[in-house]
Design a protein around this ligand. Structure first.
Ligand SMILES: [Zn+2]
Length: 804
């Protein structure tokens, strides 16, 4: 494939207008010689339209002689996007100056590119780059530039199918967002207590150069010893230290059975001066015997074409826009070096982590488990462990692993008991808990374990998994990780981890193990709280987590039809349900996988190896209406009586959750200043006026009123909420549902006591009462307000007036 390495420009006159002609210096990325080709772009490009600082261009030229003819002046930064057709992005952005941001999309540039410096040269087959051929299992993967592009969002298409879901146009770098978000320097743990012991070739060694960092004046180093860390019986939250080893001053060998180890060091007054934690992946005889047997049985009965290892690497609460803003090094590495394929219309399913990752890992909603499995969320998650992908993987001979930081707020532990029996072969939870509770090593920086970033602990664990099992296709693994520490409270903190993740990916590629591994690089949902969430962009970003697939380099050539279908689906509405189906296809990769027929609107989850229908709606995909990102979002002016109706409808709903009826006697104060967050992008304002004739609605989709109704009867010790005012109001226009007479509004109100900020989707039809659709979410924190209520969902609505 080709990379635009350099842009030069000159002046030209076209139809009497002055402008610039750009020359693209194109580089064949599959050539190790890095030959540079220059393709001249002749004038003649049509400006299709522009919006904000985004200019959409198209060209009628065939082949790679497309040109940009800019009738614009004052643009000093250009980003170019090239497509091999209307959907598949293959290249590239290029910055040529530093002052002003502009984006230019060139579409309909043929993929058959001449390599000569002539716009009229015929395309010769030899000029078309050849992909890396399937390599032997031990060959180092070489990823080519087959799909790269830096557009965080698929740009809005010029010719849109009216039946198609369109996500609102959000620029991750819009000035309105940049005012709100912050970028932080890399994690620095150097001021924390140093980790004195390190592991090298299965030998624990004392790093004497660090001793001076941890010894108090007048004290000398005495010795270290190791202890194993184990879980307390019957608990997934308690741990204990066991089996203290002999003392050592220099080094000690790791024992074959040791997997969770802490090395503890003392000074001459017998005070602990440092602890180093080691969650280790070791080949176990019994696990290998069992899984080898399972693998052979699976091969014999199913004759799979591939047994690909799977890495699911997740970060909590990251929108695709935030990933682009906060982790550019990591993201560019995924796209440019690892050939990642991003889903552009990926929509979350629920507000919080648990239901989102549950869908990703089981293909089901919590309600379905309550109903069909009699799952009780106050009991151990073991009840439904069979439904998780790692259990499927284990049955067919995969080694399974999981590591979750923030041990007390993971999807399986926040107000839940976790797992009574380790759900996977390699869980390593004892070390995570013990290191999290270690005041000496945590210091004041919660992102550090000693002088090491906590995310590095997770990364190191996966590197071990890759090195231990990754290079052999007969020992596939399924590994799930989810890192919440960095981003749970504040999504901007992701920028602190960019360098660590970038280094991890570099190290992972160097393990030589990715030739049989698919990586799913994902988040569960966008930001839930904070200033960004209260902005126009945050209201959209909350629904659009990032998701990338990374396949082994040979996979693209061996299975071109699957990849081309996946690329079509990059621009189709998709959710965690679809990715679950895709992961199942990857786990059971047989001839059947290659024969997949297109999905239909009746399918809630569609493997991305089947084409997703273009007309799919959120309702089709099981995406609740209140979280649906399809449509356009615009500000709207309404008559005061309607504003009142919308606000009170939401307030009534809130009070009903906590056991109150509500009177209509609430004064309404609309804060005018809070409607100024929409960017000056005309396309997002369509349908925003009072005269709009569009009548549409998201509809009552995926309403979880079932849960709500079961809890509404409870007598709760909560204050009745009153309205302080409407904070914001947005009108949702969804062309897919154009026929409806119902209008949809995203309404945010502030209530008292407790100054809660609540957002809900409210439908209104002339002459009828306004209706709140689906879930209502709280946008600000409520720590300390709801301690009298234990139900995790109800807590957000409760301001305690007495103890429960
Ligand atoms: Zn989450």
């Amino acid at each position: 494939m080709y990379i635009v390495r350099r842009l030069t420009h000159g002046r030209a006159v076209e139809n009497g207008k002055r402008g610039q002609v750009l020359f693209l210096h194109v580089w064949r990325s599959d050539s190790r010689l890095r030959q540079t080709t220059q393709a001249r772009m002749s004038p003649g490009t049509t400006v299709f339209g522009r919006c904000n600082k985004r200019i959409v261009l198209a060209t009628s030229s065939k082949g790679f002689k497309a040109s940009l003819f800019l009738v614009l002046s004052g643009i000093s930064v250009l980003y170019l996007f090239f497509y091999d057709d209307y959907t598949n992005l293959f290249k590239k952005t290029r910055k040529i100056a530093n002052n002003e941001l502009a984006r230019i999309h060139v579409i309909n540039v043929s993929r058959d590119l001449p390599t000569r410096n002539s716009s009229s040269a015929p395309v010769r087959k030899a000029d078309i780059p050849q992909r890396q051929q399937p390599a032997g299992m031990k060959q180092t993967p070489i990823y080519t530039q087959h799909n790269a592009g830096k557009g965080g969002l698929k740009p809005q298409q010029v010719q849109k199918n009216p039946k198609e879901c369109t996500f609102p146009n959000t620029d991750p770098f819009d000035p309105g967002v940049k005012k709100i978000v912050k970028t932080y320097p890399s994690l620095d743990c150097s001021t924390n207590t140093a980790n004195v012991v390190f592991l090298e070739n299965d030998i624990f060694r004392v790093n004497r150069s660090k001793l001076s960092l941890v010894l108090s004046p007048g004290q000398n180093f005495s010795h270290c010893w190791c202890k194993e860390v184990g879980m307390l019986n019957g608990s997934d939250k308690g741990f204990e230290f066991r089996n203290t080893t002999e003392q050592f001053k220099e080094s000690m060998s790791l024992k074959p059975w040791q997997e969770n180890v802490v090395a503890e060091c003392f000074d001459s007054s017998k005070t602990v001066i440092s602890r180093s934690y080691f969650p280790l992946i070791r080949k176990r005889v019994e696990t290998e015997l069992r899984q080898s047997k399972n693998y052979r049985k699976y091969i014999a009965t199913n004759s799979p074409l591939e047994t690909l290892s799977i890495f699911m690497i997740g970060i909590d609460g990251m929108s695709k826009q935030n990933f682009e803003r906060a982790m550019p090094r990591t993201r560019n590495f995924l796209l440019d070096k690892m050939g990642a394929i991003e889903l552009y219309k990926y929509n979350k399913l629920a507000f919080e982590t648990f239901p989102n990752v549950l869908a990703l890992l089981t293909g089901h909603t919590p309600e379905e488990f309550y109903r069909d499995w009699h799952y009780n969320r106050t009991e151990f998650v073991d009840q439904i462990n069979e439904a998780f992908l790692w259990s499927e993987a284990r049955k067919i001979g995969y080694r399974t692993g999981m590591i979750l930081d923030c041990y007390d707020i993971t999807a399986f532990h926040y107000q839940k008991k976790g797992f009574k029996v380790s759900p996977v072969d390699y869980y390593q939870r004892p070390t995570v808990i013990a290191s999290s509770r270690d005041k000496l090593m945590r210091g004041d920086n919660p992102n550090c374990v000693g002088d090491m970033p906590e995310v590095t602990q997770v990364h190191d664990y996966w590197l071990q998994m890759a090195r231990t099992f990754g290079s052999n296709r007969t020992t596939p693994f399924f590994a799930y990780s989810f890192a919440a520490r960095l981003t749970h409270d504040e999504s901007d903190f992701a920028s602190k981890g960019d360098d660590a993740y970038f280094k991890f990916l570099n190290d992972l590629m160097a393990t030589d193990s990715l030739n049989n591994t698919v990586i799913l690089w994902f988040s569960d949902h966008g930001p839930r709280f904070g200033p960004i969430r209260e902005s126009y962009h945050g209201r959209i970003e909350t629904s659009t987590p990032y998701l990338f697939f990374i396949f082994p380099p040979w996979f693209y050539d061996k299975y071109p039809k699957l990849i081309s279908t996946l690329k079509v689906n990059q621009n189709r509405l998709a959710s965690h349900f679809d990715v679950y189906e895709t992961l199942k296809d990857l786990l059971y990769f047989t001839n059947e996988t290659l024969k997949r027929t297109p999905g239909t609107v009746k399918d809630r989850g569609i493997s991305l190896f089947r084409e997703i229908p273009i007309e799919r709606t959120c309702a089709n995909g099981g995406i609740p209406g209140e979280f649906c990102a399809c449509g356009r979002v615009s500000k709207v002016l309404l008559r005061p009586s309607l504003l009142h109706q919308l606000s009170v409808a939401l307030l009534k709903k809130l009070n009903s959750f906590i056991g109150f009826g509500v009177s209509d006697n609430h004064s309404l104060k609309l804060k005018e200043s809070l409607q100024e967050e929409i960017p000056s992008n005309k396309s997002t304002r369509e349908g925003s006026t009072r005269n709009s004739s569009l009548s549409t609605a998201i509809g009552n989709l995926g309403n979880n009123s079932k849960i709500m109704s079961t809890q509404r009867d409870q007598k709760l010790p909560c204050a009745r909420l009153s309205l302080l005012g409407m904070v914001s109001l947005y009108y949702i226009t969804n062309d897919q549902l154009r026929s409806s007479k119902v209008k949809s509004y995203r309404v945010t109100i502030r209530t008292t006591p407790g100054l809660g900020l609540f957002e809900g989707l409210v439908n209104y039809e002339s002459g009828k009462e306004a209706q709140v659709v689906g879930d209502v979410v709280r946008l600000n924190m409520y720590r300390g307000q709801a301690d009298c209520v234990h139900d995790p969902w109800l807590r957000q609505f409760c301001f305690c007036v007495r103890t429960a």
